[in-house]
Design a protein around this ligand. Sequence first.
Ligand SMILES: *[C@@H]1O[C@H](CO)[C@@H](O)[C@H](O)[C@H]1NC(C)=O
Ligand SMILES: *[C@@H]1O[C@H](CO)[C@@H](O)[C@H](O)[C@H]1NC(C)=O
Ligand SMILES: *[C@@H]1O[C@H](CO)[C@@H](O)[C@H](O)[C@H]1NC(C)=O
Length: 578
Amino acid sequence: MEENQWNVKLRDQRRRSRGALDLRIFCFTILLSLGAFLFLLFSLMVFRESFRPILIVPRISSSSAMAMSARDSRSNNNGGSHPPLKLYDQVVFPDHVLLIIHQNRVPTLNTHQLSCLYEHKLEVPSEILTLPVLSIDRDDESNLQIARCPLPPTSYSHPRLTSMANKPEGERSDDGDEERSVKLSEEVSPPHWETLVYEAMTDGDSVVVFAKGLNLRPDRASDPAQFLCVFGWNLSKPKFIFTTKAITAAQEVIRCSLPLSIKTKPSKSEGITVSIKTQTRGILASVAKLKNQNKHRREKPTYKHTMCVCTMLWNQAQFLKEWIMYHAELGVSRWFIYDNNSDDGIEEVLGPLRQAYNVTRRTWPWLKTQEAGFSHCAVQAQRECKWVGFMDVDEFFYLPSTSHSEGPPLIGILNEQAKEVGEVRTSCHSFGPSGHRRAPSKGVTVGYTCRLGSPERHKSIVRPRALDRALINVVHHFHLKPGFVFVDLPRGVAVINHYKYQVWDVFKAKFYRRVATYVADWHDKEREGSKDRAPGLGTEAVEPPNWAQQFCEVLDTGLRDYVMGRFMDTETRLLPWE
Ligand SMILES: *[C@@H]1O[C@H](CO)[C@@H](O)[C@H](O)[C@H]1NC(C)=O
Ligand SMILES: *[C@@H]1O[C@H](CO)[C@@H](O)[C@H](O)[C@H]1NC(C)=O
Ligand SMILES: *[C@@H]1O[C@H](CO)[C@@H](O)[C@H](O)[C@H]1NC(C)=O
């Protein structure tokens, strides 16, 4: 354990010193690109001025960010500003535009360093509008950064992302009626989220492609013959595209074989765009690029971890510390967190946890794609993990007959399973607010002790190699390959405490946080009375009378007693996550 933490620190230091080197390379790159930019600008002004409008922008106050302008770059040529960002891809969502920044050497940007820039389509010379970015985030796994811009106002172009001068606030020029000219590239309409190939990853000799808008049936396999996968650096150049047949198709996931050229030269394929082709719709728009997972392709899995967990969350950072520390004690040693754009300070919570636990956070900006996210995570985890649990951060395994005498108890249960067991199912007990009006300070496991009598649904831990190749899953439950079976764990051995109906302030956030593709929205009146809804709850986020006393049929202090006995400091009476 100690050696382990030491290794983590060492790795951090190495990463930091590499960071310093990166910074130097980065600065050098800026100087180079600045030179190139000036040259380009100069030639454009000389040769193109009569053909293309130079865009004149009225003075913009220093608080709103400004694009790299000729003037800025001239007065700033000591490396004071970032180079224009190379946009990797854009996707139009119903209420924002997602921008994926592909520039590895860009340090982690914050919302003050970027802004969204829109060009008026009708006015010549065109007017430029700048708006602040809505959010920005960086991914642990791929190192991509994503940013969100507001949708363009009527008559304005799609947004471009600009980095603003890196000067201290006060120094930014703020004088007189200066004019700034900005050269913008041709407008290309970015794809809409409704029909889009959004992720792709290699898995052995095949590629798994994630697509929105196929409208395949939930929970069953569709005919793969109607799909092809296409691969290429630029899918608009038909001569340079490879095509392979689909092997499986289900829900939002298509699996195809890999083209021979990628199979034989996996290292050369990083960055290749992957899409889906159907007879009726041709090649779908795609922002999915192959990553360098290929390097492990032929190696055998190492199974560094017996038990890993995949979760998808949004603004649930407050639960993470207790959830991770608690499950680590039971034997979970690896966490894959798929984050749908949390803005609740999740990095501050994860920072210290990363020192001691193996946690990675992947930004998963794809709306309502919980099933696809779990399929993605299953493929991601299969190299490292013997078993993977799929659960939410308000769900806690409770092992009533727990003993730590022979190692972590959850590992004990998994190691006992026969080889043909591909899935271990656990029933869930749904806990109510247990009389609380404010979130209990000792955490959910100690705070909530009253629950409904009968269990709801089940959760599963699966062997990734036992999963059906189509990766079909609905509500945290996967289809298995032929030859594998599932077992139900008796409730005396394991159960999940699901802190489903917490105090009102916490619970109401769920109204805005339904992630599953195939589960009706809470405020969808048609499904009133369905099992996914809180019984007796209307379709509005208004606190029902007597909320604190509801969902309380059985007093169940089992997990509370275990946690207090196992984790509580005998002197301070504090739990490690307090
Ligand atoms: C892809 O190819 C098309 C057609 O040749 C071209 O117009 C476009 O600029 C290319 N895109 C990129 C990103 O190179
Ligand atoms: C983190 O992962 C390594 C293997 O990569 C493992 O040996 C170690 O026990 C894990 N750490 C924790 C705290 O689970
Ligand atoms: C995910 O994040 C987006 C952007 O913050 C948010 O609008 C959406 O409601 C979230 N939840 C779901 C269900 O994807």
